[in-house]
Unconditional design. Structure first.
Length: 182
């Protein structure tokens, strides 16, 4: 395992101090937690997320999450599957209704470690969220049971629907990422 590749997660090229800190914390968590890909709220767990861009790369598909009552990117728990890129893509399909989504890169796009508040079934815990970048190719969007709604949000208007730093990071990282990988 090198400093920029993790088994089950892939390669990442941290660009900022934030990126390096998140990657280091994720690496330490993977090395110390045998059930990192599980769903134990006592230890926290890895989740896989998908920033799904529109065909013209001008919008991102966000879901209005029922439990958290906020707009976020698509994604979910690994539930024991130690293949986070697969989980992110699977969640993107399940939560969007889209019929064709393609990865824009095999590399990790972002890592965001954040606390999930307590609710009746679970204590507060950390999500070690690994994000990948995708592009929608075909299909009509349809919200899943986990969502109040879905929306194609223009990248220039993200702040109008969310104040989540974990979502807003998309815009600042997108142009340099696309320049390198597409």
């Amino acid at each position: 395992m090198s400093s920029n590749a993790l088994t089950g997660i892939g390669c990442y090229s941290p660009q900022t101090a934030r990126d390096r800190g998140m990657w280091d914390r994720l690496s330490e968590f993977c090395a110390s937690e045998p059930q990192a890909f599980g769903r134990n709220p006592e230890t926290g767990h890895i989740t896989g997320s998908a920033f799904v861009l529109s065909p013209d790369l001008q919008c991102v598909l966000l879901t209005h999450h029922k439990k958290l009552n906020r707009w976020f990117q698509l994604g979910g728990h690994c539930d024991g599957i130690a293949d986070v890129p697969f989980v992110a893509l699977k969640e993107a399909y399940e939560e969007s209704g889209l019929t064709r989504i393609r990865p824009l890169s095999a590399q990790v796009f972002d890592v965001d470690i954040h606390e999930i508040p307590a609710h009746p079934r679970d204590c507060a815990h950390l999500h070690y969220d690994v994000r990948y970048l995708f592009q929608a190719e075909t299909g009509e969007i349809a919200p899943s049971d986990e969502s109040h709604a879905l929306a194609w949000v223009p990248l220039t208007q993200l702040e109008e629907v969310t104040d989540s730093p974990g979502v807003l990071v998309l815009r600042e990282k997108l142009a340099p990422f696309l320049k390198l990988h597409c």
